[in-house]
Design a protein. Sequence first.
Length: 78
Amino acid sequence: MEELVRTNDVVLISYIEALLKESGIEALVVDQNMSVVEGSLGVLPRRILVPGDVIDRARSILESAGVGQELEKPKRGR
């Protein structure tokens, strides 16, 4: 799994999940339960992960939907 987006915006997370699901890409949102640790302040970002073999397609989908600025920078070697 590779990190696609890191954000505190729960509405954006829902939107991205819907975009990816509509395109047949399974996404995993992690760090959602960290709000218990942080006291529900919303300061710790959630991460959206996708399988490595579809990361480029997922990036393209988000760019086409106008949320490309939210993408995590690709790791070196990509």
